[in-house]
Design a protein around this ligand. Structure first.
Ligand SMILES: [Cu+2]
Length: 328
């Protein structure tokens, strides 16, 4: 009621268990809606032997970001955003990741992938001081849904401050003749891939009072961002989610989809599902995978998805897919 102290008028969130107000995403410098479909593919050139060399440039930058309305967090970022850019390459390419540390602490990029010890991004092998530069060089393998994060010490503080992101390696069709259709559908830029709606999601959390517990949880940083702006889904196009869990301080996270079931590819490193017809998966920190589902036989509407730890959902990790006949 008006004047009761409850915001029960038009636009109320009372009873919806949702943050009240808006985050200034323009000031944050990253847009949670765009972040779902923005892939950083770097700069491509050819090596003398004809192989593709893909070069990414990543800077560590200290930056205060707004993670829930009015709640600022002193983040450490890759390229000014949390999560960092969703890097995407194709299996077998040579990758150069040029890393410059403009932050106030030593940092690195530790990739979950196959590489030499020298390129591991741990102290003594790619952790660099403020002002320094390091180039991580390795081949894009194995194909799958991976991640990268800072591996400077203390590790949990460096990760939790925001230094993590997706690292997706698409399978090379020429290497998997037995699964050509699946491989081509996963290859960014192919006509088969364009038939899918692909979404990049990093589950994260923020300890805003530094007590080693998280006060805010989210997908892609901003609490309840996709409750307030549900993710538009075209009913007749299948959905593929690249998902990883970057949450520190809690041992486990989860993804639960309402009104539907999905197939799951653990780590994305297989071309057939590792779980079929499930509606919930769990991930500890750094676990990741690919979810595939379709709403083609559903009626349009708002289909919820969230962590099935109720605490996480209420503190920000709750979202909607807005399933429509058509998406503008
Ligand atoms: Cu760091």
């Amino acid at each position: 009621m008006a004047g009761s102290g409850h915001n029960s008028g038009h636009g109320s969130n009372h009873g919806a268990m949702m943050t009240v107000g808006e985050v200034d995403e323009a000031k944050n410098g990253f847009d949670t809606a765009k972040m779902l479909t923005e892939w950083e593919t770097g700069a491509v050139s050819r090596l003398p032997d004809g192989r593709i060399l893909r070069t990414f440039e990543i800077e560590a930058v200290d930056k205060e970001i707004e993670i829930a309305p009015g709640i600022m967090f002193p983040a450490w970022t890759y390229n000014g955003r949390v999560p960092g850019p969703a890097l995407r390459a194709t299996e077998g390419e040579r990758l150069n990741v040029v890393f410059r540390n403009h932050g106030s602490h030593p940092h690195s990029i530790h990739f979950h992938g196959i590489h030499s010890a020298r390129m591991d991004g741990i102290p003594g092998a790619g952790v660099i001081a403020p002002g320094e530069e390091f180039v991580y060089e390795f081949d894009a393998k194995p194909f799958g849904c991976h991640l990268y994060h800072c591996h400077a010490l203390p590790l949990k503080r460096h990760i939790h401050k925001g230094l993590y992101g997706l690292f997706v390696v698409d399978p090379d069709p020429t290497l998997h003749p037995e699964h050509t259709d699946v491989v081509r559908s996963r290859l960014l830029g192919s006509p088969e891939n364009a038939e899918w709606q692909e979404l990049a999601m990093v589950m994260n959390g923020f300890d805003t009072n530094f007590d080693d517990e998280n006060e805010i949880y989210a997908v892609n940083t901003v609490a309840h961002a996709y409750m307030k702006r549900p993710i538009p889904i075209r009913r007749d196009k299948p959905v593929r989610v690249y998902l990883t869990n970057a949450v520190e301080f809690d041992p486990i996270n989860s993804f639960h989809l309402h009104g539907n079931f999905f197939d799951y590819y653990d780590h994305g490193t297989t071309l057939t599902p590792t779980l079929r017809t499930v509606d919930t998966i769990t991930q500890c920190q750094a676990q990741r995978g690919i979810l595939e589902f379709s709403f083609k036989d559903h009626e349009p509407g708002l289909y919820m998805f969230h962590a099935h730890q109720s605490e996480f959902a209420e503190l920000g990790w709750m979202s909607f897919f807005d399933v429509r006949e058509a998406v503008a």
